[in-house]
Design a binder for this molecule. Sequence first.
Ligand code: SF4
Length: 358
Amino acid sequence: MDPISLAKWWEGEGDAVRCLLCPRTCLIEEGKLGFCLVRKNIGGSLFSTNYGIVSVSTIDNIEKKPIFHFLPGSKLYSVGSFGCNLRCLYCQNYPLVEGGFEAAPYRRLRPEDLVSEAISRGADGIAWTFNEPIVWSEYVIETSRLARKEGLYCMLNTNGYINDSPRDELLEVMDAIKVDIKGFSNRFYSEVCRGSLDPVLGTCKAASEKGIHLEVAYPVVRGRNDSPGEIDRFCKWVRFNLGPETPVHFIMVHSYHRFAGHPETSLEDLQKIRLLGIQSGLNHVYVGGTTKGPAQNTYCPVCGELLISRSGDSDAEKVYFRDQQVSRFCPSHSAVRVMLCGRSCPRCGRIVNIKTKI
Ligand code: SF4
């Protein structure tokens, strides 16, 4: 199988091509790659050079993504490729983003091979994760379509930085999506991630309007995106645009990659930020990057009954790429216990936004 595939979402401009997949809209000269390092102009056409290329794959719990309100405790076949359309200074998977892949270890899998592999490993679904799946969209869409026909569900772990038309095609084949909102200002996006905020918010709204299960993560970078004002603006935006039942995860950002030496977010910082979220009217606010503390559990927003308990570090397989552990700061839970009555609280009957079956 030829791993290079003609890309979708582009147009020619003389000898160059304009990629229309994400808001960067790179103008790519003959023989060159776009910013994501995986879309290439060959002979005046745009190609997806990472089509069918799998860098890492593993089985883990959906809680690791983190997704807490969709098929709790279910098993995902988590797969990734190469490339990203942002450059977060603290990226925990940068070898998959910045390294290029010509000399890297990887496997080539046709969509049907990947689906068979997921089934044979006992997965309930496929997670597109590790690198940014948006820059792998052609393969992700084709494989997800096939996977859903075979009874697997599909989830996207994404930065949400995509243009409207490809976004709608991608969402059409997804059952669940977790979007990182990396800060609540264009300044933060520009200085720390080399992107912008509005397209990300657009992806969240589109997923919500289409009825796809959505959870939002906010990686907290100490001193950069954690002021009470910024957190309050973020929480209110979620509440009024996505609804108060949307699960929100405040994630610990570690001193890593280009942020090595930057002060780390502490558990205490996250607990305070979580309280701000609850005070702003969000019903399900969690703390991520750890499996410790009561902020891992789901409680009824009306009577406080424990609905889902999550505890303990799982012994999930550690995944390495070029001697670096990928997703190294995403722990998962070994025990997930669901105490719902259908979709309702067993004590007061309040319906909660949790899907226990598709
Ligand atoms: S997907 Fe890649 S090539 Fe296309 S516009 Fe975005 S960064 Fe540029």
